[in-house]
Ligand binder design. Structure first.
Ligand SMILES: [Zn+2]
Ligand SMILES: [Zn+2]
Length: 152
């Protein structure tokens, strides 16, 4: 098996924040795409939910639409491979044996993922200086830093 890397493109909101989703409490929060891609943050291989404070691997925080998109990309990739295989087969067998017709598999449409605009507040972590956009409710005063896990 070869290792496949699918490039996922997440569209950010007007502030440059992409949406992530907690695998535990299913709450969504935003992270600055610039900071998320920043070299200095590549030291973090886990992510903390700003709401419940639980941590998991970063790729478990991708929103459902992104997972769906990755699945579709994987399906498209397989379709392409099958299509290639069949067109090769058709080329090599057509003259000698039976006539094969093969209709190429149709690829699924990959939609651009839009980040919803919400009434969210941007917090800065006093420890690592990264920014997190959370839906801040009164009474739910605790916000954890997604990167270092500290209570902001
Ligand atoms: Zn959570
Ligand atoms: Zn932090």
């Amino acid at each position: 098996m070869t290792n496949l890397n699918f490039e996922i493109k997440m569209e950010t909101d007007d502030d440059g924040y992409a949406t992530f989703e907690c695998p535990f409490c299913e709450s969504t929060f935003g992270l600055s795409a610039l900071e998320f891609n920043d070299e200095k943050n590549s030291i973090y291989n886990e992510m903390y939910c700003p709401y419940c404070g639980l941590s998991d691997e970063i790729n478990h925080f991708y929103p459902k639409e992104v997972i769906e998109q990755v699945k579709n990309m994987a399906i498209n990739y397989m379709n392409d491979e099958i299509n290639k295989m069949f067109s090769k087969m058709i080329k090599s067998t057509n003259n000698k044996y039976i006539k094969m017709t093969y209709k190429p598999l149709k690829n699924r449409k990959i939609e651009n993922i839009k980040t919803q605009e919400g009434t969210e507040n941007i917090f800065e972590c006093h420890n690592c200086k990264n920014h997190i956009k959370v839906e801040y409710c009164v009474g739910k005063a605790k916000v954890f830093c997604t990167y270092c896990g500290l209570d902001i």
